[in-house]
Design a protein around this ligand. Sequence first.
Ligand SMILES: NC(=O)c1ccc[n+]([C@@H]2O[C@H](COP(=O)([O-])OP(=O)(O)OC[C@H]3O[C@@H](n4cnc5c(N)ncnc54)[C@H](O)[C@@H]3O)[C@@H](O)[C@H]2O)c1
Length: 350
Amino acid sequence: MKIGIIGAAGKIGQMRVETVRANPRCTLAAVMDLAADKAAALAGGAPAFSDLDRFLDQKMDAVIISTPSHVREPLCLAAFARGLHVLSEKPLAQNLASARRIVEAARAAKRHLGGGFNMRYYPAFAHVKDVVASGRIGEVDHVRVYGGHGGLSNFTHDWEYKAEFSGGGALWDVGIHMTDMARHILGEITEVYGVATSRVWNVPGSEDNAMAIYKSPSGVSALYQATWTDWKGYQSAIEVYGTRGMVRGAYAPMHTLTITQDRPGGTQRREVNGYFGVKVREKLKSWKVTAVDAFAGELDDFISLTEGREGLRIADGHAALRAIEVATMVPESSRTGQPVQLENLGPMRL
Ligand SMILES: NC(=O)c1ccc[n+]([C@@H]2O[C@H](COP(=O)([O-])OP(=O)(O)OC[C@H]3O[C@@H](n4cnc5c(N)ncnc54)[C@H](O)[C@@H]3O)[C@@H](O)[C@H]2O)c1
């Protein structure tokens, strides 16, 4: 499979280039970036462009789009118009209308759209999903998800936090990964009720705190919090409570706790995993080694997705869209004081 990468010179784009070059199931067809020279230096001989049409003239089957989200729509639409599959970074777009147009374009072109929620591949979060799927904690009763960091001091570009580019605040940033994790566990989110506030950083349209309850079609709930005021630093976590136990996954540091019991209040079996190997590698190199591993797993699934395989860990276009719908509806619910209902999208099929 031939893959092109748009936004290849960026922080995430560089990691995407590394994973495509390392995967034996694909080759790097070409790279594109406004900074084409920088992208060329990373591309291992693949041609580099700053012009979209010339880039798309290269022979390829799919593109990975790793630009900021506010420039994503025309890039996605051009790729689908050329019959290419697309793996887009999160968030899919900077507003709901744009995200919907991208999903529609994928559908019209009958091409796959991957959602870029690479945290699904972080070992602790993959463990949570796998334990729930195995039935070891029984039936899911409820979920708790959390994503946060210290907000604006972590950003270097306007587009990362100004709503006209980013879509919004904490809900759209690390919080969008955790909305996706909640949906990944619940199966679907069809009701959203929440509160969003922006009294700390005061960026118009960009909430610095959001709390919400998400519900699945069968009424299983997830308690959600996203924040830009966690002065302790970057943290994301998911806990799932079932009829026969619980499982927790958190990062950073990578950590899981699994408790199972034969009956409510019965004998407990506890398993803790501190992912010593991950910690050592991050200490010796950087957090990027963990991110690159996740991008590599996601890329492998993206290739399988384009081959028509189902039941993969990768987020599809509906996952990308629903995360944006939810990020839009939490502030809406906060304004009206009412829950918002959403249709059951389910998996995206061509
Ligand atoms: N999945 C994750 O964990 C994760 C983490 C951080 C960022 N992201 C997302 O990845 C995306 C990129 O973030 P980043 O931190 O790498 O940003 P960045 O600024 O480091 O890189 C963006 C790159 O896109 C290029 N670019 C911008 N507009 C372009 C256009 N129209 N055509 C071609 N290239 C263009 C820029 O020149 C730059 O090289 C964002 O959507 C961000 O939200 C995801």
